[in-house]
Design a protein around this ligand. Structure first.
Ligand code: CUA
Length: 146
């Protein structure tokens, strides 16, 4: 191995450790929820919003051509919502505006992300994955009340 190879290996290793550190930093220090893919759960048949606890909700959302079910989710300000997301047909996107949520709705799989809504208002949910003729109109809403 010559000295250039060693330099390249060291450089690659340091770039990789910066990326790895960035992931850990965002997850733990900035407490950004990293979405997880959970095994498809047969109990997820119904699209519903369940209240688990005071200010803690679970939303089972099914994306399909070209809407979300439920299309509108209403929670009080200060709520934490666990979104369980799947698709009934093709791959869709799930982006909640003003939130760092960027998920894919994949048929046969469930993706889970936890979001905290402090500010009251309407947060649009948009499909950002091309899914056919009605893609540009595929939208949902999270309404956060006072
Ligand atoms: Cu659903 Cu694009």
């Amino acid at each position: 191995m010559n000295k250039y190879e060693i330099r390249v290996i060291l450089l690659s290793a340091s770039v990789l450790s910066v990326f790895f550190f960035a992931i850990l930093y965002n997850t733990f220090a900035r407490k950004i929820d990293v979405p997880v893919c959970i095994p498809y759960n047969a109990s997820f048949r119904k699209s519903i919003v369940k209240q688990v606890d005071n200010l803690h909700y679970e939303a089972y959302v099914k994306a399909k051509m070209w809407s979300y079910d439920p299309g509108e989710i209403t929670v009080p300000a200060g709520s934490t919502v666990d979104f369980y997301l799947t698709s009934a047909d093709v791959v869709h996107g799930f982006h909640i505006e003003r939130k760092a949520v960027n998920l894919m709705a994949v048929p046969g799989a469930v993706n889970l992300v936890t979001v905290r809504f402090e500010e009251p208002g309407t947060y649009r949910v948009v499909c950002h994955e091309y899914c056919g003729a009605g893609h540009q109109n595929m939208m949902g809403k999270v309404i956060v009340t006072r």
